[in-house]
Design a protein around this ligand. Structure first.
Ligand SMILES: *Cc1c(COP(=O)(O)O)cnc(C)c1O
Length: 388
């Protein structure tokens, strides 16, 4: 059954997309197919075989998630990769060639910069960074050899919003591919392809997993870019692990419920932090006084549970004492799981198109599903350490 046969609303799609119980003896979920060899009964069948030919070409498990994601994202097709960073790398490699120039937002996920500065630079692709707030002004940076404009909204760690439709209009006027790392909002809160994005990247490691127990990347493409995305994938076979794909399919069914709760919890903690005397500013585009709020409100239908705060100036040692004293907030990378996390960060050493000077130490919070009063109590006792 294709999406066209099932013109359902999103919550119904989330339940039914990518599933065909009749092909699984009636069992509700597609099981974890594992395998390399796929047998053919005759030479003629072997030669003419289409679809499942060999493990690297996909299995019913991977097709299920690809189809479901394409339906939710409004995409022509999706490929699955073993991590979000691998998804970013494949998206870029499916478009660039030697001699190209690409434009990337200065607020991008930091490992994306590393991929461009190492692999793409070696292949003769030049990367330039632009101010995430540039909007339609991106047109002035376009060169004849520019082939990609890469966006991410809100920005990693710093949460600047971007005017994606304005950037896409400027890019498409010059035949340039628009990519977006859409991990924060997911297609549920920002349907990237509907806003002009050609290739949309999702680190499934985050909310699609929801349980901090798998690594997965997805790239969805519109009809113009899917053939070259799939061909580049097939040329390399960077296959996602079958167990991770199965778990992601399982996570998909409750993605909207979990995102809505993450949004509620995130906003509750963000608002509480706004009222704390230790906090200078909360960086969260769904807050009415955030500089990116108007764009968020215009284009996004929700927010996730990840945001940052700027503390009032205080010695770094005091911030570290505060973090060391937290009991409920784990310290570690990644996000989108059920437990709350916090990390200190500082973008100032690697930004190149903009200056990062927030006015105090910065912390990024991932808000989990714990009782909000317990999270607030934990932070309140942590804040006690700031005074020394
Ligand atoms: C985590 C993350 C990635 C990378 O995902 P991995 O699966 O950890 O490689 C990419 N983009 C953003 C915005 C992320 O937060």
């Amino acid at each position: 059954m294709s999406a066209k046969d099932r013109p359902y609303r999103r919550r119904t799609q989330l339940v039914h997309a990518g599933r065909d119980p009749s092909a699984q003896h009636g069992f509700i979920n597609t099981p974890t197919y594992r395998g390399s060899t796929v047998l053919s009964p005759t030479v003629a069948h072997l030669k003419a075989r289409e679809g499942y030919v060999y493990g690297t070409h996909g299995t019913p498990t991977t097709s299920a998630l690809e189809d479901a994601w394409s339906e939710l994202a409004g995409a022509a097709g999706t490929v699955l990769l073993p991590s979000g960073l691998a998804a970013i790398a494949l998206a870029l490699l499916s478009v660039v060639k030697a001699g190209d120039d690409i434009l990337i937002t200065d607020s991008v996920y930091r490992p994306t910069r590393n991929f461009c500065a190492s692999v793409l630079a070696r292949l003769g692709v030049t990367t330039r960074y632009y101010d995430p707030l540039i909007g339609a002004g991106i047109a002035e940076l376009i060169l004849p050899q520019t082939s990609v404009i890469f966006t991410e909204a809100p920005g990693s760690q710093s949460f600047e919003m971007q005017d994606i439709p304005a950037i896409a209009a400027a890019a498409h006027a010059r035949g340039i591919c628009v990519m977006m790392d859409n991990t924060w909002a997911t297609p549920l809160f920002f349907p990237a392809h509907g806003h002009g994005v050609d290739l949309a990247i999702e680190a499934g490691t985050k909310y699609l997993s929801g349980h901090s127990d798998l690594l997965l990347g997805l790239v969805s493409a519109n009809a113009a870019y899917f053939p070259q995305l799939r061909a580049t994938f097939d040329a390399m076979s960077p296959c996602a692990g079958p167990e991770d794909v199965f778990l992601a399919l399982r996570g998909l069914r409750t993605l909207e419920l979990r995102l809505r709760e993450a949004e509620r919890q995130g906003l509750a903690l963000a608002r509480w932090l706004q009222g704390r005397p230790e906090v200078l500013r909360v960086l969260h585009p769904a807050l009415a006084d955030d500089p990116g709020h108007a764009l968020w409100k215009r284009d996004f239908s929700g927010s996730s549970g990840l945001f940052s705060v700027v503390l009032k100036p205080v010695a770094q040692a005091r911030v570290e004492a505060m973090l060391d004293h937290l009991k409920l907030f784990g310290m570690g990378y990644s996000w989108g799981g059920f437990e709350s996390l916090v990390i200190p960060f500082d973008c100032s050493s690697y930004r190149t198109a903009t200056t990062w000077a927030p006015g105090g130490p910065t912390l990024r919070f991932q808000v989990g599903l714990e009782d909000m009063a317990d999270l607030q109590d934990d932070l309140a006792q942590g804040f006690g350490q700031l005074a020394g």
